[in-house]
Design a protein around this ligand. Structure first.
Ligand code: FMN
Length: 160
């Protein structure tokens, strides 16, 4: 089964999760990157990101390419922002219009995943969702334990 992991990560947690899944499944990886490279921290990051979510902003992404046809299975991940997926994923969904794929979803969050999975599924009609998992992983807290959970989950993905 040829697998692609697509993810967005603002502060590195989802990047760690994606790396574990990539290694477990021997998958290809596509990281979505914002053209806006300013690094926001602390409260400013939350205000900027929250505003993007509530204003339904679709932030521009750096150019990316993937030959979707060659993948049977796509794993998609993002941090939870204000109870849903980070707006970078919204841009990606609009640009790529993935359909007819088997998909697994993951998110990283600080304890409240909100409606992340419902929102992603609604944005990706015409696909089959084989698995979903939220990981509580925030600012380095519990990273080791969280990544153990990721490893265990990735093993189950090999069988979906
Ligand atoms: C703008 C913004 C909004 C967030 N909203 C939530 C939220 O609604 N629920 C939650 O549990 N964590 C929330 N978080 C925390 C992130 O989901 C969490 O730190 C995640 O691990 C970050 O992943 P990353 O390092 O890959 O960017 C938010 C973070 C930001 C920057």
């Amino acid at each position: 089964m040829k697998t692609l992991v697509v993810y967005f990560s603002y502060s590195g947690n989802c990047a760690l999760v994606a790396d574990v899944i990539k290694n477990s499944l021997n998958a290809d990886v596509l990281e979505l990157k914002l053209t806006d490279e300013r690094e926001r921290k602390g409260l400013a990051k939350y205000i900027w990101g929250g505003k993007q979510v509530f204003s339904h902003v679709k932030p521009p992404l750096k150019p990316y390419r993937a030959d979707w046809e060659q993948y049977d299975f796509i794993v998609i991940g993002s941090p939870v922002w204000a109870g849903t997926f980070a707006p970078a994923l919204g841009t990606f969904f609009d640009e790529t219009k993935i359909s007819g794929k088997k998909i697994a979803l993951f998110c990283c969050h600080g304890g409240g995943q909100g409606r992340f999975f419902d929102r992603v599924k609604a944005a990706l009609p015409g696909n089959t969702f084989a698995a979903e998992r939220g990981f509580v992983i925030s600012s380095g807290v519990n990273r080791g334990e969280a990544l153990e959970n990721v490893r265990a989950w990735a093993q189950t993905l090999a069988k979906v």
